[in-house]
Design a protein around this ligand. Structure first.
Ligand code: KG4
Ligand code: ZN
Length: 365
């Protein structure tokens, strides 16, 4: 079964074709990230306009790369939410129109639930491509998990908008164990990057800057929560700000916008490394507790922050059940995860009505 996935929840316009929920035939991602860098975060209006400009060529390229004609598409899947309303609308309206015009079943997908399904992709058609902002197509090589995750599967979903633990008993039967009560971990990365004058998105730039720093140089707190599987990252972010102000020789009234000039390269690296170590240890302390308690057959870490090298390194040292990660390019937003989850939905539930499917910007799991 070949499913065309469409994803437009934030600043990536993505389309992909996945066969039987595991074989990646194409993966096209056109990111508008460069257009947002100057603003230090995603500007919703710019993201929506950019989706509108590129969605048709992105879908065409996904089908072409997968050597899949419309006749060979068995279903269309689209992210319904959560996300930015203007961005979601472009994807959902496009998918609805295509489902009606091409007479295909339409599956509505929860973006957050889809993230761990990227780890179910274990094979590649040999023509998979990834597309960058300037629409140059480059050959992408993928490192897939050796085998698909097994159930019960414990998923740690860590992205720019979400940080949560989900226990999947079966593909579509899950329980939310806990989540962040304030900022997502990726959001904390983005905000710390801004304080240090590092480019947006902050995750990769903090990860890189941290490699030259000493992770024990700045003492930072780990939030204590009532529930063992809930998170809080806003206190950590404030603690990083206070430490950075103190290291620059100023007090708490010093504006955060002036910090990048007031800190040396070495100080920035120390702050980045200490923040990253605290964030990673917070995630893994809870993951270890959940793994011991629920004894899952597989653990999956997914979402943008799952691309983090320090997280992967420390997880491999600490967890006895080996952790399964999607390929790095399938950790950040993509449509392959959308098509993969849709495969399981198609086995279990009825498609959505293409005449009435609405976006849901605050869709919950
Ligand atoms: O999953 P994603 O692409 O979008 C959301 O659903 O939010 O995640 C984006 C987030 C951003 O906050 C970005 O800074 C973070 O993932 N991220 C990383 C890394 N690469 C992306 N965080 C830490 N280390 C990375 N290497
Ligand atoms: Zn995401």
């Amino acid at each position: 079964m070949r499913i065309l996935g469409i994803e437009t929840s934030c600043d990536e316009t993505a389309a992909a074709v996945v066969e039987d929920g595991k074989k990646l035939l194409s993966n096209v991602v056109a990111s508008s990230v460069d257009l947002h860098t100057a603003f230090g975060g995603v500007v919703p209006e710019i993201a929506a306009r950019s989706h509108l400009e590129v969605i048709t060529p992105v879908i065409e390229e996904a089908l072409k790369t997968a050597k899949t004609s419309w006749d060979a598409v068995d279903a269309i899947a689209v992210t319904q939410g959560p996300g930015l309303v203007g961005s979601l609308l472009i994807g959902v309206l496009t998918a609805r129109t295509l489902a009606i015009a091409k007479n295909k079943p339409l599956y509505a997908i929860n973006h957050v639930q889809a993230h761990p399904y990227a780890a179910f992709i274990t094979e590649s058609g040999d023509r998979s491509r990834i597309k960058d902002q300037r629409s140059t197509t480059i050959k992408a090589s993928y490192i897939f998990p050796k085998q698909q995750p097994r159930f019960p599967m414990l998923a740690l979903i860590v992205s720019g908008g979400h940080t949560q633990f989900v226990l999947f008993k079966k593909p579509l039967d899950y329980k939310l164990l806990g989540q962040t009560t304030d900022d997502a971990v990726g959001e904390a990365y983005d905000k710390v990057a801004k304080m240090l004058g590092l480019p947006y998105p902050g995750g990769p730039s903090v990860d890189k800057c941290a490699q030259k720093g000493n992770s024990t140089s700045v003492k930072l707190p780990k939030a204590k929560m009532d529930s063992p599987y809930d998170f809080s990252f806003s206190g950590l972010k404030t603690a990083v700000l206070r430490a950075a102000q103190a290291m620059s020789g100023h007090d708490y009234t010093f504006p955060s916008q002036k910090l990048p000039e007031a800190l040396s390269k070495a100080q920035k690296a120390d702050i980045a490394a200490s923040f990253q170590d605290t964030a990673v240890k917070t995630l893994l302390d809870k993951l270890e507790t959940a793994a011991q308690h629920f004894k899952p057959k597989s653990i999956v870490i997914a979402g943008g922050v799952a691309a983090n090298q320090e997280l992967r390194k420390q997880a491999s040292e600490r967890l006895s059940t080996s952790v399964i990660y999607p390929d790095i390019k399938l950790c950040t937003d993509n449509a392959a995860m959308v098509a993969t989850l849709a495969y399981y939905q198609s086995l279990d539930s009825k498609p959505s009505d293409p005449y009435s499917l609405e976006v849901d910007p605050s869709l919950k799991m």
